[in-house]
Design a binder for this molecule. Structure first.
Ligand code: PAN
Ligand code: ZN
Length: 189
């Protein structure tokens, strides 16, 4: 019975490093080997250490996957680096229920949120501490770290959205974020 009780939430967010503490919190690590095929420079990729961690996601999933009406909260720590001239980035996905939207926000470091609509138009928004991003329905999303330090961003998405990674694994985005003369540029692929 919670009536009249003053409680503490079961999960805490560390506002400095955005780590989550408490139960239940899930942790997912993506190594370079998990990102096979997403970078265009296969030769550079093959020379790199496949066990290197590229990003880590922590999330609080208060309700089971697929529940309608619930929300999930996650944080992603994306390391700095490049494969050839392409910045380290998340796999990227559409949502399985593709009409589900999402918020991202920048916490630490700098990067780019790369977005692609269902007509394969691709654009990007700068990510920096305090940047706030509304990812509309039917828009694929991924983040690249364009800086020299770990990029941390937060995310909040519906618990029934799911993830459709297959589409991006097969067809990629229609543009890549590449470093040119020290600057990030979107280039059609
Ligand atoms: C985020 C992402 C997270 C990792 O929580 O899942 O940043 O990116 P990938 O899932 O593309 O590997 C989110 O968008 N959830 O829906
Ligand atoms: Zn998402």
């Amino acid at each position: 019975m919670k009536h009249l009780k003053i409680l503490k939430s079961q999960v805490e967010l560390n506002l400095k490093n955005y780590s989550l503490k408490g139960e239940p919190v899930i942790r997912q690590i993506r190594k370079l080997e998990d990102l096979n095929g997403i970078f265009h420079d296969h030769k550079a990729f093959s020379k790199m250490s496949s066990k290197d961690i590229i990003y880590e996601v922590q999330a609080w999933l208060p309700v089971s996957e697929g529940t309608s009406g619930g929300l999930y909260f996650g944080t992603t720590n994306l390391l700095p680096g490049r494969v050839g001239n392409e910045y380290f980035m998340t796999k990227g996905h559409y949502h399985k229920l593709s009409d589900r939207s999402e918020f991202y926000w920048g916490v630490q470091g700098v990067g780019m949120l790369i977005l692609m609509d269902s007509d394969r138009n691709t654009w990007a928004e700068k990510v920096y501490p305090g940047s706030l991003h509304y990812i509309p329905a039917h828009v694929a999303h991924r983040v690249a770290n364009t800086g020299n330090s770990t990029l941390i961003f937060g995310a909040c998405w519906p618990s029934d959205s799911g993830h459709n990674y297959e589409e991006i694994a097969q067809n990629g985005f229609s543009a890549r974020l590449l470093e040119r003369n020290g600057e990030p540029r979107l280039k059609s692929s």
